[in-house]
Design a protein around this ligand. Structure first.
Ligand code: UDP
Length: 486
């Protein structure tokens, strides 16, 4: 009899996933890639975005027509609670997180209660989504879009607080933090996500990280954008906290591999992409250009920016630099400033305010990437076989850059030394002196990434398991969620 009931209920409540990204560029990118993969696997998918970001996506990309081909896909939007003219930039991240939470808590509760959703995939930072799902009786699988090496450091926070490693005492940033298993000889204070941490109780990001890791065991599983051959030892450690960890990355490559039409644009940019960068690259010699981008959020002081500029110019290497209009920390970017800066350098330097990054990185003229070590940028660079110079600003970037240089040996870590002489030197090291050595290591990782998403590869299989589990969880959940019966 019980078996019979289960069968009837399964029929009445098909698996339906709701993805809820952090309202910033890189998680939106990764979650849309995951959403499309779910669509290809035949699942019903709802993508919950903020109104603000949805409008930007509609304005600057083809997501509307792209996702229209999947009849079981829908976008839903909620307000982020901020006025239209709020800059939503990183210094105001706290505003964004708090105001979104106030709107999202009741909205999400309503959506998961009423819509027949069987599994919610929120960003790992949305600990409250995990609580809501557990209360309502809907399965929840967190997606942490930060680097696994940083997530492992987060997972060790309680221990580090207990051992007195954090908050830091004294100013020695070169001191090793020896209580993160697997990183005993590697992780210095200056590689720590919050490297100026003096008080865990008052530091917003430390508190968010603690809530994030506390919510992980309350989720059914954890999705990470990495692959076994890159992060195997870390994944074993992470699985001691969350056994059901799905390493499905590099997500953009997994998607590309599974899409029938590999040429179709799959941009998820919140800014308008300047494709003149590709035309400029077309006119440059093979592997002669370094691509410079600090992602969607990181900012520079004017002094840092000038050091980068002169270091790059003095290196004699050609460069393509993404200068977002909000790249400068203290002031608005003026066109006059860029014009004066670039005057006389047009032959070897090209500036855009936002680039089609994946296309840029795959271009044969690109020989290396000067990056802030954001996790998406790092994965994209690995896939496109481009060694990196790392100028990490905060959070996972600081740990990732250490791994890029010391564990994977696919780049050079500038860590905190931003002067033109040093920049000139590392650019030459990357593009000339150490080129072959770095290229060899990154080529190998890129090949392993490709194998991982190919049929039978570890990330390919992890995605299949994830879809299977979502289907099974769907059946279990509707037993306790009467609203699934539609
Ligand atoms: N990106 C882009 N064009 C740019 C700069 C960045 O499309 O000019 C994309 C990039 O491909 C990546 C994302 O924006 O997917 C940035 O994510 P990442 O994790 O590297 O850094 P974050 O912006 O979160 O600091």
């Amino acid at each position: 009899m019980e078996h019979h009931n289960t069968k009837i209920q399964a029929k009445m409540c098909p698996p339906h996933v709701l993805l809820f990204p952090l309202p910033i560029q890189s998680p939106i990118n990764s979650m849309l890639q995951l959403a499309e993969l779910f669509c290809l696997a035949g699942l019903q998918v709802t993508f919950l975005n903020t109104n603000h970001n949805q409008q930007l996506l509609y304005r600057h990309t083809n997501v509307e027509s792209r996702f229209r081909q999947y009849p079981k896909f829908q976008f839903r939007t909620i307000s982020d609670g901020l006025p239209d003219d709020h800059p939503r930039s990183f210094p105001m991240f706290e505003d964004l997180i708090n105001s979104l939470q106030a709107v999202a808590e009741p909205s999400l509760r309503e959506i998961v209660t009423e819509s027949g959703v069987t599994c919610v995939i929120p960003d790992g930072l949305f600990y409250y989504a995990v609580d809501i799902c557990n209360e309502v009786g809907v399965s929840v699988i967190s997606f942490d879009t930060i680097s696994p090496c940083c997530l492992w450091v987060y997972l060790c926070f309680p221990k580090l607080i207990q051992t007195g490693d954090i908050p830091f005492k004294g100013n020695d940033l070169d001191m090793l933090i020896e209580n993160v298993p697997g990183m005993e000889d590697l992780l210095r204070r200056r590689d720590f996500p919050f490297y100026r941490l003096t008080n865990c109780a008052t530091d917003l990001y430390c508190q968010l990280a603690l809530k994030e890791i506390q919510s992980i065991p309350r989720s059914h599983g954890l999705i990470l954008n990495t692959f076994e051959d890159l992060d195997g030892p870390l994944l074993s450690n992470i699985r001691s906290h969350c056994p059901q960890t799905y390493a499905v990355g590099p997500l953009h490559l997994q998607l590309k591999t599974r899409l029938a039409d590999k040429t179709m644009s799959s941009s998820n940019s919140l800014w308008e992409e300047d494709h003149s960068s590709i035309q400029w690259l077309d006119a440059q010699p093979i592997e002669s250009v370094i691509y410079v981008s600090f992602g969607s959020l990181a900012t520079l002081t004017k002094e840092e920016m000038l050091e980068f500029w002169h270091g790059l110019v003095n290196s004699g290497i050609r460069f393509l630099w993404v200068m977002r209009s909000d790249l400068l920390r203290e002031e608005e970017f003026s066109h006059q400033f860029v014009k004066e800066l670039t005057d006389g350098c047009e032959e070897r330097a090209y500036i855009v305010s936002w680039a089609p990054q994946e296309k840029v990185l795959s271009h044969p003229a690109i020989g290396g990437f000067l990056t802030h070590s954001g996790w998406n940028s790092t994965m994209e660079s690995i896939v496109e076989r481009k060694p990196m110079i790392c100028w990490a600003v905060y959070v996972d970037q600081r740990v990732t850059s250490r791994f890029v240089s010391e564990v994977w040996k696919i780049g050079l870590d500038m860590k905190d030394i931003c002067d033109r002489d040093n920049i000139e030197k590392v650019v030459k090291d990357l593009m000339v002196t150490n080129k072959e050595k770095l290229k060899k290591s990154v080529d190998k990782l890129s090949m392993l990434a490709e194998i991982s998403v190919g049929e039978g590869g570890s990330s390919y299989n992890a995605f299949e398991y994830l879809v299977d589990d979502i289907k099974k969880l769907g059946r279990r959940d509707k037993d306790i969620n009467p609203n699934c019966i539609r």
